[in-house]
Design a binder for this molecule. Structure first.
Ligand SMILES: CSC[C@H]1O[C@H](OP(=O)(O)O)[C@H](O)[C@@H]1O
Ligand SMILES: Nc1ncnc2[nH]cnc12
Length: 292
């Protein structure tokens, strides 16, 4: 029996990225989940023949702030829509001088400082502990890096994305603390998204697109939405070019993920079968059907 799959590439578009105009056979479709409503309909289509699903993280027109996003519904809906991999395209502030606005960082680590979000699909009635040691799929990172370099985009491979609760930008003391921690960029959305993608056994990677220097920078003083938006739209054009190149590169039939993202739940569930809540198991039909 072949274990090969045909990849379906999920794109989660952040601030400034609310559509992918070049998609072939495009259709916005509502996807229902047991966790509530995702941020918006999902745009189904193809790029270079490869199936793509696009979700604007904050909804079209950006009505929903980071703390009120239904991250569980978003990830469940993308899995239900057939995604096998997720590329997050996110606006971030820079915490390092050599990562100026306009620069792209293919991050490989996160520090999660969020505190007001549902962070797991697994609750009372079915407890699971997945590994988050390596939250980003290196195969996706390799493909993103190769495409970015081919297109001549200013890119850095590797870096830590500090996820803050928001919606306010950070204080100067916080910004300096995160710099001392060695973080590269700061944003408000990629956690719990990356945790939930791991629980849903989806390969996940982030292109963190720098819009500003956060408030630590001597020339910057404070971040404003006006500054961010100025850079956001040119970043979004570059992100669409990156997507147009990377999706065909990721579209070939493939075997299991070498990093094991698609088997993250093997040995993660600790609740004894007789103690599992059938109602919760039913809700996990998309996310975790493989292991039940
Ligand atoms: C508009 S700046 C702040 C906003 O942008 C980032 O969102 P996303 O990751 O969806 O691009 C950041 O995390 C904040 O939510
Ligand atoms: N400086 C910043 N802090 C948090 N999120 C951001 N998104 C874009 N710039 C940001």
């Amino acid at each position: 029996m072949s274990t090969e799959i045909t990849p379906v590439i999920g794109l989660i578009g952040g601030s400034g990225l609310y559509d992918i105009p070049g998609l072939e056979d495009r259709e916005w479709r509502r996807v229902h989940t047991p966790w509530g409503a995702p941020s918006d309909e999902i745009l189904f289509g193809r790029l270079g023949g490869v199936p793509v699903r696009f979700l604007p993280r904050h909804g079209r027109g950006h009505p929903t702030p980071p703390s009120e996003l239904n991250y569980r519904a978003n990830i469940d809906a993308m899995k239900r829509a057939g995604c096998t991999e997720l590329l997050s395209l996110s606006a971030v502030g820079s915490l390092k001088e050599h990562l100026p606005p306009g620069h792209f960082v293919i991050v490989d680590q996160f520090i999660d400082r969020t505190f007001a979000r549902k962070k797991s699909f697994f609750e009372s009635g079915c407890v699971a502990h997945v590994s988050m040691a390596h939250p980003v799929c290196p195969r996706l990172g390799d493909a993103l890096e190769a495409s970015a370099r081919k297109l001549g985009l200013p890119v850095t491979r590797g870096g830590t994305y500090l996820v803050m609760e928001g919606p306010q930008f950070s204080t100067k003391a916080e910004s300096e603390l995160y710099r001392q921690w060695g973080c590269s960029v700061i944003g408000m959305t990629n956690m719990p998204e990356a945790k939930l993608a791991r629980e849903a056994e989806l390969c996940y990677a982030t292109v963190a697109m720098v819009t500003d220097f956060d408030c630590w920078h001597p020339d910057h003083d404070h971040v404003t939405v006006e500054q961010v938006v100025k850079v956001l739209f040119s970043n979004a054009d570059k992100a669409r070019a990156l997507v147009a190149d990377v999706v065909p590169a990721l579209g070939a039939r493939r075997g299991p993920c070498p990093a094991g993202c698609d088997r993250a739940l093997d040995n993660a569930i600790i609740t004894a079968p007789e103690k599992r809540d059938p109602a919760l198991i039913a809700k996990l039909d998309a996310v975790a059907a493989r292991v039940f």
